[in-house]
Write a protein that binds this ligand. Structure first.
Ligand code: SF4
Length: 667
């Protein structure tokens, strides 16, 4: 543990004073970084964090781009000498904190701390499954075989087993599930590889560390499943920091729900058959038990599709469209009964080996889930059906994370810090605090120190096609191409949906093919995200067309990115079952869903998308929002006010001239 410094622990205000010293012009940070300049905004946030830690309070702090919020919370956390957990939304920020920021700061502050990184199971190599994959008679395709060979070579040398270490590994590779474990297939203490298991080692290290870096998914998955190693860790945590906290509500909603997936049922049937035939052949009717589960799981997808046309892309369906229909109910009941019978048969084999105990648990859970989906939806929750090309998932989720967060905060006295560059469109940060049940928390807003009026322009093209008009994606693509031409590439075109992404990308391709501008067009989905970004930065002239996953968490500072074009206002999709349920709840309370929900959500997403543009003090750029509603509607003013204070330009010519000007005069 950290050596507790008596001064910090006992004297009220001592931590606040120590933090002020560290950030001073001759403080610890200045001593290790010659370029360090004290920044008022950063110091203000660090002071607030220090006060929250000293008083075991809850602080919600929005810090605009460039404030230096990471150091503003890490310095007080490290100097406090208390056990800390830092949670991020993305694995890339997790890695950055663990590999770069925390070791650098701990050295600068001369605080001897042990730091650990804890990710979800799926991030770690499972040596047991890797061995099974090697022995498996059903060889995977050639590509996966090559990836497997690469993983096996790396497995000889890795200490952590964290697959992120492996350069060039595509996150979507089908080889990954073959070499990672799930809660269902992990053998736990019965595993022959248990002693050297990377998952277990990461959890042990986390338990022993002073500062542990986790992610939001892990935090909520643990609340729901108790399978991530956090449940044991949390009680001893004295400072809990959530960076990228704007993603916390959605991460929570995704993990606090119940899911019944046909793929899980099919996996169970397959595993039961394999284990039954190899360890207890003839003792139970394994073929029949497995076939019943498998058939019912496949039927569940068929009855979920119903009379709608065959599903070609993933689709979300309303629960009410299927629930109550006789074939759907009968199939759900058949799946529940098949799982229950399998659990009984597996229970009877418990003494044969531990695999049967684990399989029985899985079968029981499946039968309980099927039974719970046969009951009415509980108040405050919503259900829907996720249809995939081969699978179906029945999902039930809470509408927000209020209850879960409150329960955590009330459970123990510790400091809670929630921070992000976007937590609301107004000073009370109500967008975040209301969803997280933190209305009584202290809030703080520190604006970005960047010179937006001089360095950035905002252009909302007048007389532009409306988003619901068929010509809109074409107009967006043409304007995006014109901007990229003027800027010499260096442009992101961000769309709100995957459908418009494809359309916009196609037209931009055509534009550049016709005019031979030598600008490369990079499109989301054509390669892993990291690779696309590397290519965007290294290519001398490139435009990147992306959707959701490029709206946030992307950091391209400097001249590589000088223009961001957004196709339309990012309102939540009104037909989404979760959105519908939230709207219903707001309206039932006599409030305006459009005013309080749609506009607030759009403001947050817009701020995120716009936030890609100016990433450093010297960056300059143009933000284009191709949605005339922004200029013509009353709520447009509200949304513009939520953006950083960029100078408006009013015509294509002015916008393109600005791009040409900054392209011609690099800083
Ligand atoms: S204990 Fe679980 S995760 Fe670890 S090696 Fe064994 S099966 Fe894999």
């Amino acid at each position: 543990m950290i050596q507790h410094d008596a001064e910090h622990e006992t004297e009220p205000g001592a931590l606040v004073a120590a933090v002020a010293r560290a950030f001073a012009s001759d403080g610890a940070l200045a001593q290790v970084d010659a370029g360090y300049l004290p920044r008022e905004a950063q110091q203000r946030m660090a002071q607030a964090v220090a006060e929250a830690i000293e008083g075991n309070q809850v602080l919600v702090a929005e810090a605009g781009t460039g404030v230096g919020k990471t150091f503003a919370y890490l310095v007080p956390a490290l100097l406090s000498g208390r056990r800390a957990m830092v949670s991020t939304a993305t694995k890339s920020l997790q890695d950055q904190l663990y590999l770069r920021d925390l070791p650098r700061l701990a050295a600068a502050l001369k605080v001897p701390v042990t730091i650990a990184l804890l990710k979800g199971r799926a991030s770690y190599l499972c040596t047991q499954r890797m061995q099974q994959a090697r022995e498996d008679a059903q060889a995977p395709d050639r590509m996966s075989l090559r990836t497997l060979a690469k993983i096996e070579a790396w497995a000889q040398t890795t200490r952590t087993g964290d697959l992120a270490e492996l350069d060039g590994l595509d996150e979507r590779s089908p080889a990954i599930p073959l070499v990672t474990s799930t809660r269902e297939n992990c053998l736990g203490s019965d595993c022959p590889q248990y002693r050297g298991c990377h998952v277990m080692k990461a959890r042990r290290d986390a338990m022993a560390a002073d500062v542990v870096v986790v992610n939001h998914h892990l935090f909520f998955a643990d609340l729901a499943l108790r399978d991530t190693g956090l449940a044991e860790l949390l009680p001893s945590v004295e400072v809990a920091v959530f960076d990228e906290a704007h993603q916390l509500p959605e991460a929570g909603v995704a993990f606090l729900g119940n899911v019944l997936a046909s793929s899980q049922a099919i996996d169970l049937a397959r595993d039961m058959l394999a284990v039954g035939l190899s360890q207890a052949r003839g003792l139970q009717a394994w073929q029949e038990l497995a076939a019943r589960i498998d058939r019912a799981a496949r039927d569940l997808r068929i009855v979920s599709v119903g009379h709608t046309r065959e599903v070609r892309v993933a689709a979300k369906m309303r629960w009410e469209d299927r629930a109550g229909q006789p074939d759907f109910e009968a199939t759900l009941a058949a799946l529940g009964a098949a799982a229950r019978d399998a659990a009984l048969a597996l229970d009877a084999m418990a003494e044969v080996g531990p695999d049967f105990v684990r399989l029985a648990e899985r079968a029981r859970l499946l039968s309980q889930r099927a039974a719970s989906f046969a009951l009415d939806t509980a108040p405050g929750r919503v259900r829907w059906i996720d249809l995939g090309m081969q699978s179906v998932r029945l999902v039930e989720s809470p509408l927000d994370v209020r209850e879960a967060m409150r329960a955590q905060i009330d459970a123990a006295s510790r400091a809670w810090i929630f921070t992000s560059a976007t937590l609301g469109a107004e000073p009370t940060l109500a967008w975040f605090t209301a969803q997280a049940g933190l209305e009584d928390a202290r809030t703080l807003r520190v604006d970005s120190p960047f010179d937006y009026p001089n360095h950035a322009r905002l252009y909302v093209p007048p007389r532009f096609a409306r988003p619901n008009e068929p010509g809109h994606p074409i107009a967006v693509a043409r304007l995006g191409a014109a901007c990229a031409r003027a800027a010499g590439g260096r442009t992101f075109v961000l769309t709100t949906t995957l459908r418009s992404l494809a359309h916009v990308a196609e037209v931009i391709h055509e534009e550049f093919a016709q005019h031979g501008d030598g600008i490369e067009v990079l499109v989301q989905g054509s390669a892993p995200k990291r690779q696309l970004l590397q290519r965007f930065v290294s290519a001398s002239r490139a435009v990147l067309v992306g959707s959701q996953s490029f709206w946030e968490g992307i950091d391209v500072p400097g001249e590589a990115l000088q223009c961001v074009v957004i196709d339309k206002l990012p309102f939540p999709p009104p037909n989404d079952p979760l959105v519908e349920a939230r709207v219903k709840r707001i309206e039932a309370e006599g409030r305006s869903a459009f005013g309080e929900y749609f506009i607030a959500e759009a403001a947050i997403s817009l701020k995120q998308g716009a936030g890609r543009l100016i990433r450093s003090e010297t960056d300059r750029g143009l933000l284009v929002i191709c949605d005339p509603r922004l200029a013509l509607s009353s709520y447009g003013r509200q949304l513009i006010a939520a953006l950083p204070p960029m100078t408006r330009v009013t015509s294509d010519a002015e916008a393109l001239d600005w791009l040409a000007e900054i392209a011609a005069a690099p800083v």
